[in-house]
Design a protein. Structure first.
Lengths: 103, 288
């Protein structure tokens, strides 16, 4: 399973109604730290294939979602479970720190 | 195009400069503001000085040594770093823009986070350290920038086209010179940042408050930590995270000395500057 492109249209199905944990990366193409974070998210998606759903949300195209979840700095990495965010990391975050929360 | 730009001219920066220059690289060392070393009155625990030496003398001698070896040294404040499409770095100072293949951050231990109640608490919820990264979220909102130097003005300029209003809060310090008329300045001392779940107001010592959605912190000269936040370099407790080769998580960017934390000692900075320099040499030779 590769990294999903999450948008308003599929947010409910892929995130809110998903089984298990979902890792979401709120990013923008113009954001330098987001570019640095992106490969780490890809690696996590690969390593936890079949176990954790991983998606990326472009905040330029999905401003309402960013606003709804109080994203005020990017990258913001959020872990959802049962339709609710259970953990938020703001800024570039070490891979292990994220993995620890996905166990 | 430089091979190496070193930001900072203390023991770590100078050591990196000596090694990279001796490897015939094209090296620029930028510095601005006071080094912690200059403030050390008398140093007795560093190798090779029978009667000790003053921090200031050691600092000046170190910089002269780099210059004598042919290192280009400029007293210019680095205010931003960008990466172009070809993964080359651009260091932007108050005066110029310089292209470089590698960067060595040796900016010292200054954290530049003022001790204002609420700053830490609201990080990521209205408090930001990077106008270019987070300005987007403050479209048509009122924001403030805390600081009073060129770095604060540069952050305010980034925000002025996005936000509804931008006010520089100097927190009791002298007002900076600004060219942009739409930026307001308030020099009152700040007591605290107030908000429920996110930043809503800034309260001054005179009990007056102003409403704001965002507080951008840009105090003093931009620190290694500030550059890290703009570029996406991993930090921990506001120290830059490096491996044993002084590499950050971004290829070609190294950090050494006090800005990576641990022992704040000259000997450690000299070692780390050496390592960062040697690694930069290897990086440039293998990426030719």
């Amino acid at each position: 399973m590769s990294v999903l492109k999450i948008e308003e249209e599929n947010f409910e199905k892929e995130v809110l109604k998903a089984d298990g944990k979902v890792l979401l990366d709120f990013y923008a193409d113009w954001c330098m730290p987001c570019k640095m974070m992106s490969p780490t998210i890809d690696e996590i998606a690969e390593e936890l294939q079949g176990k954790v759903k991983v998606g990326k949300i472009n905040i330029d195209n999905n401003q309402d979602l960013a606003m709804k979840y109080d994203v005020m700095s990017i990258p913001t990495i959020m872990i959802f479970e049962n339709g609710n965010p259970i953990k938020t990391f703001i800024g570039v975050t070490e891979k292990q720190k994220i993995l620890d929360q996905l166990k | 195009m430089y091979d190496v730009i070193i930001i900072g001219a203390g023991p770590a920066g100078v050591s990196a400069a000596l090694y990279t220059k001796r490897a015939n690289l094209n090296v620029l060392m930028l510095y601005k503001g006071e080094s912690a070393l200059e403030k050390a009155e008398h140093i007795e625990n560093y190798y090779g000085f029978e009667n000790g030496i003053s921090g200031k003398d050691l600092y000046i001698t170190g910089m002269k040594q780099a210059k004598n070896l042919g290192v280009e040294v400029k007293e210019e404040e680095a205010i931003n770093i960008k990466i172009d499409e070809n993964n080359r770095y651009i260091v932007i100072t108050e005066k110029e823009m310089y292209n470089t293949k590698t960067i060595i951050l040796a900016t010292g231990n200054k954290k530049n986070i003022p001790k204002i109640e609420g700053i830490r608490e609201f990080e990521g919820r209205g408090v930001s350290y990077c106008a270019i990264c987070d300005g987007f979220f403050y479209k048509n909102k009122d924001v403030v920038v805390i600081g009073n130097g060129k770095y604060a003005v540069s952050e305010a300029n980034e925000l002025v086209n996005i936000a509804k209003s931008v006010t520089i809060l100097t927190d009791g310090k002298e007002a900076p010179e600004i060219k942009e008329n739409s930026i307001k300045i308030d020099t009152r001392k700040i007591r605290r940042i107030i908000g429920d779940n996110k930043v809503e107001e800034v309260e001054f010592n005179d009990n007056d408050k102003i409403e704001t959605s965002g507080v951008f912190v840009a105090v003093g000269v931009a620190s290694g930590n500030d550059f890290a936040k703009k570029l996406g370099i991993i930090t921990k407790d506001n120290n830059i995270v490096v491996n044993e080769k002084m590499e950050t998580n971004i290829p070609g960017i190294y950090a050494c000395g006090d800005c990576v934390g641990k022992l704040l000692q000259i000997s450690k900075s000299v070692y780390e500057g050496t390592e960062a320099g040697l690694q930069a040499i290897q990086y440039i030779r293998s990426n030719k």
